[in-house]
Design a binder for this molecule. Structure first.
Ligand code: HPA
Length: 281
């Protein structure tokens, strides 16, 4: 759909209204926001002095319907710093359009957020990855519609934003150091973002592995593109919840197994994110 100038003005007005509403509720001036993926919403339970704002109370926010996702914006302290956390995100496969999926990122920008930390559950396509592994996202391959299609919203960024270092090198280096100190082993790799909602066939997993992917999922990339467009620094991490490179005779991909595996890794990830926030936030 082509966006007209009036649509951009409307979008920016909605964004301003959401941000103004939230600014009246949240405490302090958080610089870091976290988007919590499938099963990782428990990280939100570690947030101190939380103020929980259901998405349905925020003007112009969509509602989260995905399995394993709650729909709350949480403001509070993690790693000793004031943060904003999205407990549950909006996925393209739920039927939202890309502007709805990425709207919260622009609201964050309007609220003064500078750093965006994103997490997700992902299928491992690198055959050295195992269920429960954590992977630093170093780069991505976007197989979804680009959320910036349409007239450029100059209030946020440029028409052709650079994606050479979409995932901040400084943050990646810090996280490697933190993991070493905490004795947590990390993987690094390329995240492939697809629309879903069907899982991939064995041939598709193999295909995305051959073209450079290490992990595959149905989120994250739209938010990262919009965040980079708006000049936010981004860090991303995937929990490997299933292995997409070998399939037993009776294997069936199952969303409950994915959530369970993500939940089991949430403790490690919370510790890592908490320390990263302590350093940057
Ligand atoms: N494919 C796509 N998305 C996913 C997967 C997968 O194997 N696992 C968790 N999210």
């Amino acid at each position: 759909m082509r966006l007209r100038e009036e649509d951009i003005i409307m979008q920016n007005m909605r964004c301003r209204e959401s941000a103004d509403y939230l600014a009246g509720i949240i405490k302090g001036s958080p610089r870091t926001a976290v988007i919590l993926g499938s099963g990782l919403g428990v990280l939100a339970d570690r947030i101190e002095d939380p103020v929980v704002i259901p998405y349905q109370e925020i003007p112009h926010f969509a509602r989260s319907t995905a399995t394993g996702h709650k729909g709350n914006l949480i403001c509070g302290r993690l790693g000793g710093k004031q943060i904003l956390a999205m407990q549950g995100r909006f996925h393209y496969y739920e039927g939202y359009n890309m502007r709805e999926v990425t709207f919260p990122v622009r609201v964050m920008k309007r609220l003064g957020i500078e750093n965006l930390l994103v997490s997700n559950a992902a299928g491992g396509i690198n055959n050295t990855f195992r269920i429960g592994d954590l992977m630093i996202i170093c780069d991505h391959i976007n197989m979804m519609p680009n959320p910036l299609i349409g007239r450029n919203n100059d209030a946020f960024g440029t028409r052709f934003p650079d994606m050479t270092r979409a995932y901040d090198r400084g943050f990646i280096g810090m996280m490697e150091e933190i993991a070493l100190k905490q004795d947590i082993e990390l993987r690094k790799g390329v995240y492939v973002g697809l629309t879903g909602p069907s899982y991939e066939t064995p041939a598709e997993y193999a295909f995305y592995g051959r073209v450079g992917g290490d992990a595959i999922g149905m989120s994250t990339v739209p938010e990262v593109i919009v965040a980079r467009h708006a000049g936010l620094r981004v860090f991303g991490m995937s929990v490997i919840t299933n292995e997409g490179y070998h399939f037993d005779e009776d294997f069936v991909n199952d969303a409950d197994d994915v959530i369970r595996a993500a939940n089991e890794a949430a403790g490690k990830m919370t510790a890592l994110f908490g320390e990263l926030i302590r350093r940057i936030g």
